[in-house]
Design a protein around this ligand. Sequence first.
Ligand SMILES: C[S@@+](CC[C@H](N)C(=O)[O-])C[C@H]1O[C@@H](n2cnc3c(N)ncnc32)[C@H](O)[C@@H]1O
Length: 215
Amino acid sequence: MRLKFLPSFVKRRGRITKRQEKGLKLLNKYSISSVNDIKNESMKFKQCCLEIGFGNAEHLIYQATENYETLFIGSEVYMSGIGSLLSYLDENSISNVRVFPDDIRMLLDQDIIEIFDSIKILCPDPWPKDKHHKRRLINVGFLQMLNDFLKSNGSLYISTDWENYAESIKDTISRSEYFVSSNESYMNEKQLTKFEKRGIDQGRKIFEFNLKKKI
Ligand SMILES: C[S@@+](CC[C@H](N)C(=O)[O-])C[C@H]1O[C@@H](n2cnc3c(N)ncnc32)[C@H](O)[C@@H]1O
């Protein structure tokens, strides 16, 4: 069978801990499966933000606990990360997070609704080998999808610790013509994610793209 999208991730197996397993049992309670689900849920909140590839969910949890009036949608395919997040939400009675447990492009391939105030992608898989560059998530088609689902004046934040990916993202943004640079910065040194920390520990710099949807 031909896949509609080239996989942008490696499905990490990893051991699922008891806590993660417990969290995964709550998937029905916290998951959304369509843009219409998000539309319905978001009516109870002032804003709606999307984080794509939340990994271990450090940033998503931090944002959700700091902003109770915002609905956060997290997308991830890594089951251990989803399980940990769901356990945390349940243990701490956090009610402003929903999860799309699949390739985000399956969600954004539906009928377009300008629904997100902001979208964040922290350290997308870098696919450093030349022959794998085609698997990188950030390409012109994907930026068009993000643009379609962002509200007017919505913001897009992307970070990467790979210089070569940063160059490619910069080039993709300028070719796409959907976004302009913004002065806002979302980077919070105290709340680095696992992959941001790893990049810095291995001597790499974090490249950031703070963008606004073109009006
Ligand atoms: C390099 S990790 C970064 C995780 C986290 N953002 C961090 O900074 O620690 C990239 C994550 O994006 C997820 N991912 C990749 N492609 C995705 C897609 N199309 N939809 C949803 N998640 C995706 C992967 O499963 C992986 O957990």
